[in-house]
Write a protein that binds this ligand. Sequence first.
Ligand SMILES: [Zn+2]
Length: 95
Amino acid sequence: MRLIDAEEAKKALMGWETDPTDEEIEYTIDNLPIIDAAPIRHGKWVVNKWGALVCSECNWNAPMIETGSFTTRRKEYDRSRYCWHCGAKMDGEKE
Ligand SMILES: [Zn+2]
């Protein structure tokens, strides 16, 4: 897959004096700069058989953090919106 900037593509393809041919469109798109971007991974925190929260994408255990005030402080799994290990976005969507 080659990622390109939609704004650059519009600039390159709009405002031609004559309608571009298929070959001209293909040439123009092929010569747009490639964007270096990693695709976003989607996952969710799931409870494994030992009761731990793990990432659905890489099976990494969610870290434990201390929450609450001094008197109610306890350890909980951190349900971050992103996996700390693989960077998956925890919005529950699978690709
Ligand atoms: Zn992960």
